[in-house]
Design a protein around this ligand. Structure first.
Ligand code: UDP
Length: 318
């Protein structure tokens, strides 16, 4: 297949480029480099089966020649209150990329008769009242809170994807991605994994926001990419959760990182650190992915963290 990946220079987009090239496809990565980086794809530059186009997907997308699949991964994704690449600092761009960017990408898929895969998110469940979250749960989202620029853009993108499927028969897929970590996460994007690993490698205390009782379930990137590619190759049109159901509190997560890195810095509780609407608990129910795709994660937290820490050692200034 000849595959277009929007957000192709980002954390997940670049891992998808690697995996789909390894599967024998040719890949066009499109990115405006606001949150992505050419560092993530520089090892692919110059390959005959790979092309990078610097473009803002909320401007009209023009691609020459056939396209067999469009993977829509462009978006800021960090809820950090302070990081310049977080969606709270890019609220209107985040809504434009989720809405108009998705519209443009669906337009390419329709025009080229290509399959389409939307990167959706566990954020469509908001601060969930159902636990763990199944795909049938409609979510608990504040429609105008600060996180709404991301949550509602992704919910709109899901609605638009299904509208193109139902109206134009576009061959669509929707993956709901839960917290994922691994090499190529942006050190400064303010999310918990780069923050904690960066702090641990500098010997500093880890900044746990609030009391750290809020939970997340962290999936290693190779597992996530495997699930997404299985979905791409399947015929499933309804949303599928992909994530790791191993849930732990942010406090336990900080303790794990301090143990694995041997960081003597301990923990610093930041009472007002949490973003408004920060979900109190999050864990995917992955029964659908297991049944439909025969997928489940394989990489344990400590194993994945060791790979991630090794990567961050190469980017954290000594
Ligand atoms: N968090 C934290 N310390 C940090 C960064 C984040 O305690 O330095 C918490 C944050 O409040 C949230 C969880 O870690 O409860 C995960 O945050 P992240 O920004 O990674 O993304 P989210 O899962 O909320 O989209």
């Amino acid at each position: 297949m000849r595959i277009l990946i929007t957000g192709g220079a980002g954390f997940l987009g670049s891992h998808l480029c690697d995996r789909l090239l390894a599967d024998g496809h040719s890949v066009i990565a499109m990115d405006n480099l606001i949150t992505g980086s050419t560092r993530n794809i520089q090892h692919l530059m110059g390959r005959e089966d790979f092309r990078f186009i610097k473009h803002n997907v909320y401007e009209y997308i023009y691609i020459d020649g056939p396209i067999d699949a469009v993977l829509n991964f462009a978006s800021p994704a960090s809820p950090s209150k302070t990081a310049p690449t977080g969606y709270l600092q890019l609220p209107i761009q985040t809504m434009k990329v989720g809405a108009i960017g998705t519209l443009n990408a669906l337009g390419v898929a329709r025009a080229k008769n290509a399959r389409f895969l939307l990167a959706s998110t566990s954020e469509v469940y908001g601060d969930p009242l159902e636990h763990p979250q199944k795909e049938t749960y409609w979510g608990h989202v504040d429609p105008n809170g600060v996180r709404s620029v991301y949550d509602e853009a992704k919910r709109f993108a899901e609605a638009l994807t299904m509208a193109y499927h139902r109206t134009h028969g576009v061959d669509t897929r929707i993956v709901r991605i839960f917290n994922t970590y691994g090499p190529r996460m942006e050190l400064g994007d303010g999310r918990v994994v780069p923050n904690f690993v960066g702090q641990a490698l500098r010997g500093e205390p880890l900044t746990v926001y609030g009391d750290g009782a809020q939970t997340r379930s962290f999936c290693y990137c190779s597992d996530l990419i495997d699930g997404i590619v299985k979905l791409l190759y399947s015929n499933e049109h309804d949303p599928v959760n992909i994530g790791n159901p191993n849930e732990l509190s942010i406090k336990e997560f900080a303790e794990t990182i301090n143990r694995v890195t041997g960081n003597p810095g301990g923990i610093q509780y930041v009472a007002d650190g949490r973003t408004q609407g920060d979900p109190q608990q999050r864990r995917p129910d992955i029964s659908r992915a297991k049944t439909i795709l025969g997928w489940e994660p394989k990489v344990g937290l400590e194993e994945g963290l060791r790979e991630t820490i090794a990567y961050f050692r190469t980017v954290v200034p000594a």
